[in-house]
Design a protein around this ligand. Structure first.
Ligand code: ATP
Ligand code: MG
Length: 603
């Protein structure tokens, strides 16, 4: 027992409830005000306001109907049953029955409308969140773990619904029940009502303290939940790695650690809950005891009727639950506020430029100019510095340089994944910032260094590059990527399923499908970031034999280690270090550039 008590007091010592958890995604020092966060949802609310009002009004209507029931019961007991008045029995029972039946019917009507409201909210919220999320720059996703982002930006329908409906009906119900109940109580027996009222303020003792703790602990709780999701997501996603390195035990321990941490939080929550429960529970209990004592005493002495005591106790239960209802509402408000505050990072994050604005690039000639472009990921740690060069429409460029020097980074600049800190990139002579960013990317076909496929069929994956592509286009692209014969050899051909991230395929097959995906897009600019690194020479050569048809009249960038590709390029861009880069064709560079000569010799 002593141990238990000691441990129980220990829960307070962890003092997690003193400070908010550190928020890795938060942009500002403080969370925005709840009113400001709710404004983000106002378009959705405006669309469904009628349903919202209905869902808020029905519970209140039901409560209002139910309100006089104890008074009718009192009448039934005192004036019908005890007075043995048979003629009144049926009418009174009918009234009482309807007062009970109508709310019951309303409950089902309510359920129906609530479900409709929830469904509409689910669709609109999901749409809104995904639109916001996809409008964020790549850097947002670099910084945060996927599972973490997912858990913080879940469409929390219940919370939004609460703010746009439930809270009004429940507040209305609480207040009306209280006021009406109190009036009935005064009417029934004013002396006992005064006792009840006088005791009420004590129920609010310590509320402020508890509510603040509750708010902070709720933040911790959600943070831990997000972290747990992130860890799970990471483990599930790297199963082969976990297996290969036999780190199963470590993975489990990592997860258990956060779950344990969550226990400390819930323990502290529980410990506060006990104190709170005692403070809030003891006084109403005492009052109920006094009422019962006096009531029975008066009835025995013949000064009061049994029906009145019954009605008094019914209304008293309603009235004395008022402080509880208020405190619970505030707590619920805090918890839901926490959910929205955590979600607000999504609305506060700065989206990419020109998601909806800017010139729509229906087609491009493909001229690209870097004008004094400098870029870094981490402050002042430049990867690209003062780069200026011009790629004429239709030219083929090879980009070379040591591993980690910034080749993929340069490509991500062309794709506008990141904005340069300095300088501009021009497409067909116009500054990138003038274009609608999505339309610009639509004109680019991109084969990433790390191939990623979606779970689905092969044809779905190739058509990911261009939904309007006809089957002939798909086959033509697959032929050029030297994957058509393989696909045709599969039992289900183009309809074969490739699994998540294309697990059913070899690395080289995945690469070739991703090349076909880029080609079928029919882009004006093509970018290959080491597209054939997983291929043997024969397959690689066959791709480079077939692709040139596609490359005609398109500007292309190829990050390559293959001599023939480099030699065949119109221009070569050699990244030497963050301060130096060289451009020129093969003949020029081999003649004038020692670094290139060395590079060439070591290949
Ligand atoms: N998202 C990122 N955040 C921070 N640093 C990054 C990020 N991506 C790359 N880097 C860093 O930028 C530098 C250039 O990386 P980049 O991927 O462009 O190299 P690369 O030339 O393509 O190399 P490789 O031939 O190995 O693919 C590296 O030092 C890398 O650590
Ligand atoms: Mg790279």
């Amino acid at each position: 027992m002593k141990d238990h008590l000691k441990r129980w007091f220990g829960y307070f010592k962890s003092s997690i409830s003193k400070e908010l958890p550190e928020d890795v995604m938060k942009r500002h020092e403080e969370y925005p005000k709840i009113g400001k966060i709710l404004k983000y949802f106002s378009p959705i609310f405006k669309k469904h306001w009628k349903l919202a009002v209905l869902c808020a009004a029905l519970p209140s209507l039901s409560m209002l109907i139910n309100l006089p029931a104890p008074m009718v019961t009192r009448y039934l007991v005192d004036n019908v049953i005890l007075a043995k008045n048979m003629s009144l029995l049926l009418p009174v029972l009918i009234v009482l029955g309807s007062l009970k039946l109508l709310p019951l019917i309303l409950t089902y009507v309510m359920k129906f409308f609530n479900l409709r409201f929830e469904r509409s909210l689910t669709i609109d919220l999901t749409k809104m969140i995904l639109e916001k999320l996809t409008a964020l720059p790549k850097s947002f996703f670099d910084k945060n773990k996927t599972g973490y982002i997912m858990s913080r930006t879940m469409a929390n329908v219940q919370t939004v619904k609460w703010f746009f409906g439930d809270v009004y009906s429940s507040s209305f119900n609480t207040i009306v029940s209280f006021v009406a109940g109190l009036s009935f109580l005064f009417y029934l027996e004013w002396r006992l009502t005064v006792v009840l009222l006088a005791a009420m303020p004590f129920s609010f003792l310590g509320t402020r303290f508890i509510i603040k703790k509750n708010y902070i602990l709720s933040h911790h709780n959600s943070e831990i939940f997000s972290r747990t999701t992130a860890i799970k997501h990471e483990i599930y996603n790297s199963m082969p790695l976990v297996k290969a390195f036999s780190t199963e035990k470590r993975a489990v321990e990592k997860l258990i650690d956060v779950i344990r941490l969550n226990f400390t939080i819930t323990n502290e929550m529980m410990a506060f809950g006990v104190i709170e429960g005692v403070i809030r529970g003891v006084i109403p209990l005492a009052v109920r005891f006094i009422v019962f004592l006096f009531g029975v005493y008066w009835i025995i002495k013949g000064q009061w009727e049994l029906g009145s005591l019954y009605a008094f106790q019914s209304y008293m239960t309603k009235v004395s639950s008022f402080p509880d209802a208020i405190i619970n509402s505030i707590k619920e408000f805090q918890n839901r506020r926490v959910t929205l505050e955590r979600m607000s990072v999504l609305f506060e994050a700065i989206p990419e430029d020109n998601i909806n604005e800017g010139i729509k690039a229906a087609s491009l000639k493909g001229e690209i100019q870097f004008r004094d472009v400098s870029f870094y990921y981490q402050k002042e740690n430049y990867i690209l510095k003062n780069m200026s060069f011009k790629v004429r429409a239709g030219e083929h460029w090879a980009i070379i340089g040591a591993s980690g020097i910034g080749k993929s980074t340069l490509i991500s600049q062309i794709l506008r994944f990141y904005k340069p800190q300095n300088g501009t990139i021009l497409y067909d002579g116009k500054d990138a910032s003038e274009y609608n960013i999505r339309s610009l990317r639509r004109r680019i076909g991109y084969v990433a260094q790390k191939t990623d496929l979606m779970s689905g069929t092969i044809i779905e994956n190739i058509k990911y590059g261009n939904h309007e592509a006809r089957i002939e286009d798909v086959i033509e692209a697959a032929r050029a990527a030297n994957i058509h014969d393989f696909i045709k050899g599969l039992p289900e051909g183009y309809e074969s399923f490739v699994g998540e991230h294309g697990v059913n395929l070899s690395e080289g097959q995945k690469q070739r499908i991703s090349i076909a995906r880029a080609l079928v897009r029919n882009p004006d600019i093509l970018i290959f970031d080491e597209p054939t690194s997983a291929l043997d020479n024969v397959t690689e050569n066959s791709i480079y034999d077939a692709i040139p048809e596609y490359l005609k009249n398109r500007t292309t960038f190829t990050i390559a280690h293959r001599l023939s590709t480099i030699q065949a390029a119109d221009k070569i861009l050699l990244l030497a270090d963050e301060n130096r880069y060289y451009t020129g064709n093969h003949e020029m560079l081999i003649k004038d550039n020692k670094l290139y000569r060395n590079f060439f010799l070591t290949m």
